[in-house]
Design a protein around this ligand. Structure first.
Ligand code: FES
Length: 107
């Protein structure tokens, strides 16, 4: 079935500065808290699906630990070829809890 739903990810007060791994409905998502903002992107590299959480974050760029591909955490774009991107997710805060919008039928 195609549709979307808001899935609980983490309590806001558990969120650390920079990289947080969450698994709403089993989906690997990174919540990145930076300068008072929160960004939600896939935790799976677009190259060979390495876990981006082990990478390094510099400004708004996360570098994959496997082969150094770099992605913009605001858009999910691969820096060397902007047509390649990892998913970014909408998120919302409700009663101190962070929810992520998951599209059903899509990973
Ligand atoms: S798997 Fe991320 S750069 Fe290769």
């Amino acid at each position: 079935m195609i549709g979307s739903s808001w899935v609980y990810a983490i309590d806001e007060n558990k969120l650390q500065e920079n990289i947080n791994m969450v698994f709403p409905k089993g989906l690997p998502v990174l919540l990145i808290k930076k300068a008072g903002e929160i960004y939600a992107i896939s935790n799976k590299c677009a190259h060979m699906a390495c876990t981006l959480a082990g990478g390094t974050l510099k400004d708004y760029t996360i570098k994959c630990p496997c082969h150094d591909w770099k992605f913009d955490i605001r858009t999910g774009e691969f820096q060397d070829a902007r047509e390649i991107r990892i998913p970014v997710y909408e998120w919302k805060l409700s009663d101190g809890r962070i929810f992520i919008k998951i599209e059903e039928g899509k990973k």
